[in-house]
Design a protein around this ligand. Sequence first.
Ligand SMILES: Cc1cc2nc3c(=O)[nH]c(=O)nc-3n(C[C@H](O)[C@H](O)[C@H](O)COP(=O)(O)OP(=O)(O)OC[C@H]3O[C@@H](n4cnc5c(N)ncnc54)[C@H](O)[C@@H]3O)c2cc1C
Length: 479
Amino acid sequence: MEQEIKKEYDVIIIGAGIGGLTCGSYLAKAGKKVLICEQHSKPGGYCTSFKRDGFTFEASIHWLSGLGKGEFIYKILEELEIQDKIEFIRFDPVYRLIGRDFELILSSDLAKFEEDLVNMFPAEREHIHKFISKCVNIAKHPLKMLRYLKKTNEEIIAPLFRDQKLKKILYRLMPPNYSLSNQIGMVSKGDYRYPKKGTSQALSNLLAETYQANGGDLSLNMVVNKILIENGVARGVELANGEQIKASYVISNGDARLTFLKLVGKEWLDEEFVKELKREVCASLFLVSLGVNMDLKEKFGGEMIHYIPDLDELETSDPSKCPIEIIIYSNRDLSLAPPGKSTVAIAAGIPYDYMNNWNTENGERGEAYRKLKEEVADQLIKTAGNVIPRLSEHIACKDIATPLTYERYTLNSKGSMMGWDPTPENMSKMFKTRKQDTPIKNLYQVGHWTFPGGGAPTVMISGKNCAKQILKRSKKEGR
Ligand SMILES: Cc1cc2nc3c(=O)[nH]c(=O)nc-3n(C[C@H](O)[C@H](O)[C@H](O)COP(=O)(O)OP(=O)(O)OC[C@H]3O[C@@H](n4cnc5c(N)ncnc54)[C@H](O)[C@@H]3O)c2cc1C
């Protein structure tokens, strides 16, 4: 998609992630002249897919929420008049937890999940019931959810149960140090969906097409190197080729550190703000995408399988012991694999700084990097063989992404999955501002580094919020 760029716009958006695309779609629909610059060759940021040897692979997304009729993301699609142009399937069961001596299925039939847990931990019967009821109740009342965001999953789970094994199983679903994530409550609402066809790229493409149909300009393979600032006010951007484009408003959909420390520059920011940019970012993921000569529809569905080799090693990044997640995306969308074959995604929480940033030197990905990622992938494939027997014998193609790969393709610091680390402190900081504006006048932020935080549906809310703020302001200022 070659795009001719004008010299001046009402709004320039840096990044065509779901946040930037949603914001651009609202602004273009309202008649604003908008330019989106995206450094990658396709729109979507993390919501993209890639093809290898006849297989299509999801780059990141496991599921999307808020897409039921009347729910908040469905409303955004309605407002953009595209709700009929994309279909989402609900997949149920959502999770399968497999350990050495247990297998649990979490589906919208929570009574069954409760019964299975009680059978495993009879002494915890009452507490299990209380906990599941609490999760369901919180999910029914979003305002209650806000109150619980101030607590970690551990603060909610630990005092309720005595059995360490039970706690650990629950922590696999709801990481202990994260602000309440309430997977169990969400499952009760059946709120786990996935595009019926074409992976999350289908949503990104639809938003990009809608935006362009409303007159928005989208420039791919276009890196923004600088945000132009005059007297503390954002006035436009400088592209990698040195060209300067003017705009009344600039919106960054990119990484917060990159936006402020590189594109803006410390000279425009106060010390406290710069200090805040040093806080911890959300963890990334290591992902092996396999095309396999196996039909896996009989034995599995579209659920996320958590395989936990050792409950005492939940936090380890040792590839031979760490827990893994497996998703057979082709069981959700048959078009992702040739007939009779399947795609298998295997993921593990092996961090960015594993083995000196994956054996890179000054960011250079050389032979040692490639060797290490192959070794780690082989180990995870071996572990996954406990769930899908003889998996390694049926591999037709393989792609490996480290946290550095995620960083390279999206420019998110350390390949962060969801912006800032979703701790209660970071969540409450975001909720305090509840705005998309920044310390630089006319510079706004959308996406998972700003309110209301990470996850593809959530960043759509930030995109909508930002567009509304800008439309309101420009109307008031007569622009
Ligand atoms: C492995 C993984 C699994 C995930 N699973 C789920 C899930 O199951 N469900 C869910 O809801 N969420 C999930 N997430 C989180 C979700 O994908 C993100 O929170 C969300 O997609 C972020 O969208 P965004 O618009 O904020 O930014 P991004 O997707 O990061 O997009 C930002 C865009 O800006 C571009 N950009 C940045 N800087 C520049 C620049 N200077 N010039 C030009 N372009 C620039 C980047 O190239 C990128 O395309 C997952 C994330 C990961 C990594």
